[in-house]
Design a protein around this ligand. Structure first.
Ligand code: PLP
Length: 414
């Protein structure tokens, strides 16, 4: 077949550079949500976003099944046509109450929520400012909006403020992750909000990894910093992480939500979530509130992991969230360590360029309320061993003059 896009050559190029990404088929096999089977082997996963252990909770699954029997498998239309169901509406009201805002609007994914909200609010003639480590969906949203786009140094509110002050545009939108997905740190939301207030910009926080987990009530990184709608007018949350289901929402004022219903193209021109998914999410949200032990448990495991790691020389990034990074350096060593963990039955991805800068490859560990203390201890021991082996192999490869590409297996990681 004639292929002007040279797809097979380009795929071969990625393969040769050790950058081809492959999917692993994974079946979770136990109610804890962390034990799974892949390629016929039992593995322990340290890489889901199921922080509260709700993705495989039987009560949430029963609610999904019951609601599907009652309402069917799909919504049948977009929200503005005839797909807006009472389960969606009730979930929106519950999410508004949970986040302490007037209204919330459900969207199909976090990616679409970010594209929709940013392009609805900002366009040609406006300006968008982003933390340079923002999630790809926020960066894409800023770029696609057509507004003047600039990135500020990571977590640097002073640099942001200087840029805001030097920008003549009338409408300025500042976008940040609440918890950075590849670094695990929490954004300095108090100082970002101060800078935005002084410069009359609006702050948008995507709290995909904070909601349900951080703050005394699990209300996320805003609660952790004591911030409300005055400080952060636009809050984006996802439902496929701590809440264990699927979907996303934007929460804010009644005007914001009414405006998004008119103008967010990723809301208007797409099929509504299945009502059964909304029903299951209502159950998961209620459970996350009724069972605070889930977030206490996952944060307790993080604490245990960091205390155990401190007894070793594992180089951890500064993070107090369930996203923990073991800094390795070279992509080759990170991938080798990940492969060694896999051989021990532990699923821990290596994160390498272009997802992170050259020379800052890392292992990314995420915890869930479904993990046990013993599993955390086993992980620490295995990490110490895998890193020692990987760096020995790396030195050996250097000595023999092997090219980095030649030794990077491409089956694990991002
Ligand atoms: C996962 C994630 C998203 C995307 O959410 P989906 O519902 O999976 O599309 C958006 N922003 C951040 C920060 C995320 O981590």
């Amino acid at each position: 077949m004639h292929d002007p896009f040279a797809l097979s050559e380009r795929l071969a190029g990625l393969e040769a550079a050790g950058l081809l990404r492959r999917r692993r088929s994974v079946q979770r096999v136990a109610a804890d949500g962390v034990r799974c089977v892949s390629d016929g082997r039992e593995l322990l996963s340290f890489c889901s976003n199921d922080y509260l252990g709700l993705a495989r909770d039987q009560r949430v699954a029963e609610t999904l099944a019951d609601a599907a029997r009652e309402h069917g498998a799909g919504a049948g239309a977009s929200h503005l046509v005839s797909g807006h169901h009472r389960e969606h509406h009730a979930l929106e009201e519950e999410l508004a109450a949970f986040t302490g805002r007037q209204r919330a609007l459900l969207l199909s994914t976090g990616y679409m929520a970010n594209l929709g909200v940013v392009a609805a609010l900002a366009g040609r003639g406006d300006a968008v400012f982003e933390d340079r480590l923002n999630h790809a969906s926020l960066l894409d949203a800023g770029l696609l909006s057509g507004a003047r786009f600039s990135r500020f140094p990571h977590a640097d509110a002073a640099a942001l403020e200087a840029r805001l002050a030097g920008c003549g545009r009338q409408r300025r939108l500042v976008l940040t992750d609440g918890v950075f997905s590849m670094d695990g740190d929490v954004a300095p939301l108090g100082s970002l909000a101060d800078a935005c207030r002084r410069q009359s910009a609006w702050l948008v926080v995507d709290d995909a990894h904070g909601l349900g987990v951080l703050g005394p009530g699990g209300r996320g990184s805003l609660e952790l910093h004591g911030l409300g709608p005055e400080d952060v007018p636009v809050l984006v949350g996802t439902l496929g992480k701590a809440f264990g289901t699927f979907g996303a929402f934007v929460a804010g004022s009644a005007d914001l939500v009414d405006f998004l219903i008119q103008r967010a193209r990723t809301y208007v021109y797409t099929t509504a979530l299945p009502p059964a998914v909304a029903a299951a999410t209502r159950r998961a949200l209620a459970l996350s509130i009724a069972e605070p032990w889930r977030r206490e448990r996952v944060l307790g495991l993080v604490d245990r992991f960091r205390r155990q790691a401190a007894q070793t020389d594992l180089p951890l990034a500064d993070s107090t969230t369930p996203i923990q990074l073991v800094l390795v350096g070279e992509a080759r060593a990170a991938v080798a360590a990940s492969e060694r963990l896999l051989a021990q039955g532990l699923l821990v991805p290596a994160i390498r360029p272009p997802t992170v800068p050259e020379g800052s490859s890392r292992l990314r560990v995420t915890f869930s309320a479904g993990h046990t203390d013993q599993q955390v201890d086993r992980l620490v021991d295995a990490l110490v061993e895998a890193l020692a082996d990987a760096s020995a192999a790396d030195r050996e490869a250097d000595r023999r003059g092997l090219s980095p590409q030649g030794t990077v297996p491409s089956s694990v990681g991002t």
